[in-house]
Design a protein around this ligand. Structure first.
Ligand SMILES: Cc1cc2nc3c(=O)[nH]c(=O)nc-3n(C[C@H](O)[C@H](O)[C@H](O)COP(=O)(O)OP(=O)(O)OC[C@H]3O[C@@H](n4cnc5c(N)ncnc54)[C@H](O)[C@@H]3O)c2cc1C
Length: 424
């Protein structure tokens, strides 16, 4: 059987029930392709509405970014409301802020309703890596408080950040108590169980090889096929050539995380006093938090090619030591990577192909909450209430220059330029 990538999350997973591969041809109302958070949330919402849903996952459920990520349940869209207002007008920007608020509530609601044991804890601190980043963080906090009625966020001085984190490298920040962090693999596996309880059929080790369009869609998997009225494409950074019409709107990139040995409660709280998650303001973000068993889970570094660096522990450790040099002697127990999809402007790409194929992809590192919302608005749209799906789809996204073949060189150069700026 295929397995998940080795990680701290895999080592502490609660429910690793295997699902069978598709062993016969089936007919259903909706075929969901991809068993990450987008696919699982779509499946659950659709099954709850009474649709007969079949989900196909090429590997294991939540095998991709959804089971490997930093676990930060952030507020808002990937761009702040002021930027969105310039692009789409103030009304749409306000609507998108509200949808993102609903996305976080949706995750919390699912965890409570389905009793998902996934270490949910409140709070994300955003910290300024350069002095010039303080103004942007402050402006965001002031804008969402004043214009969107969000009063869960406070501005922190340099000294307050240093007092709460065991490091002096930052220049100030904000504390967002309305955001949260969690164990993403356990959250995703909890959604999978809830989807099955709602009547959906989930298959692992079953890659969709092609989708033939028509009033009835035929999803071919090799020997067997699924015939469906609708399909949801939820393959994100692993889409490859399945649907060329949307592949050039995203770029798969790799990002990396490590887990230290357990530090004991006091050792862990000496790093992050309030047990919140932290994300800095660099282009290639450092993000970190404590695990339930008092390890530091630290995400840092990216690459833009197929394959991960050979020695991932050393690769991520150097980012961690810039923040916490006091961990120089600390053992690293796990390190892993994941592939996420980014879009040109970092806004997610929602849309339809014809009348009966829906897709959501390119969450650009901000997908934990918005994938859950994606499933909800896709289910609404399929049932004939498309306003909220259309609002998400109204965010402009573009094709990478050069399409799927030539997008890499331009992207790599661009990323290299920005990561160099982080270092200056
Ligand atoms: C290291 C890392 C850290 C991150 N940290 C955060 C964070 O802290 N906060 C945050 O909000 N976001 C974060 N993200 C982003 C977040 O994880 C993603 O936005 C989110 O998980 C996307 O979910 P998804 O279901 O769309 O895609 P995925 O989870 O990637 O799922 C896609 C699935 O589709 C399957 N698939 C692909 N092709 C086929 C096919 N042909 N047939 C069948 N199945 C197929 C794949 O096997 C995969 O399981 C991070 C991502 C990474 C990689």
């Amino acid at each position: 059987m295929l397995d998940h990538a080795p990680s701290y999350y895999l080592a502490t997973a609660k429910e690793l029930t295997e699902r069978p591969p598709l062993g016969e041809s089936l007919t259903c109302d909706v075929c969901v392709i991809g068993g990450g958070l987008t696919g699982l949330s779509s499946t659950l919402h659709l099954a709850e509405r009474g649709y007969d849903v079949v989900l196909l996952e090429a590997q294991r459920l939540a095998w991709g970014a959804s089971g490997r990520n930093g676990g930060q349940l952030g507020s808002g869209q990937r761009k702040d409301p002021q930027e969105l207002a310039k692009l789409l007008g103030p009304e749409a920007a306000a609507g998108l802020w509200k949808l993102a608020e609903e996305a976080k509530d949706l995750v919390r609601g699912r965890i409570a309703r389905h009793n998902i044991d996934c270490d949910l804890k409140p709070g994300i601190m955003h910290v300024a890596y350069k002095p010039g980043d303080v103004a942007e963080l402050t402006e965001f906090a002031e804008d969402v408080t004043r214009n969107h009625g969000y009063d869960d966020i406070e501005v922190l001085s340099k000294a307050e950040v240093a007092e709460r984190l065991g490091t002096e490298i930052y220049h100030g920040g904000t504390m967002d108590w309305g955001a949260a962090h969690l164990h993403p693999l356990n959250y995703a596996l909890g959604l999978a169980k809830a989807a099955e309880d709602a009547g959906a059929r989930l298959f692992e080790g079953t890659a969709a090889l092609s989708v033939d369009q028509g009033q009835k869609l035929r999803i071919r998997t090799g020997r067997d096929e699924v015939t469906a009225d609708f399909a949801v494409l939820a393959c994100n950074g692993y889409l490859e050539k399945l649907e060329p019409r949307i592949a050039s709107r995203i770029m798969p990139i790799n990002n990396f995380v490590l887990a230290t040995e357990p530090l004991g409660e006091d050792g862990a709280r000496a790093l992050i006093r309030d047990d919140v998650a932290v994300a800095d303001s660099k282009f290639v973000i450092d993000y970190y938090r404590l695990s339930a068993d008092h390890r530091l889970l630290f995400g840092g570094g990216e690459n833009y090619r197929r394959g991960f660096p050979n020695d991932l522990k050393s690769f991520v450790r150097k980012y961690m030591l810039r923040v916490y040099p006091q961990l120089a002697q600390t053992r690293i127990d796990y390190a892993w990577g994941g592939t996420l999809a980014v879009t040109v402007n970092r806004l997610p790409d929602f849309g339809r192909l014809g009348d009966n194929i829906y897709y959501a992809q390119g969450f650009s590192g901000h997908g934990l909450a918005l994938t859950s919302l994606a499933g909800k608005v896709i289910a609404e749209a399929l049932a004939g209430q498309a306003e909220r799906f259309d609002l998400m789809a109204s965010m402009p996204t573009y094709r990478f220059p050069g399409g799927t073949l030539l997008r890499w060189p331009g992207m790599v150069l661009g990323m290299f330029y920005y990561s160099l700026r982080d270092k200056l």
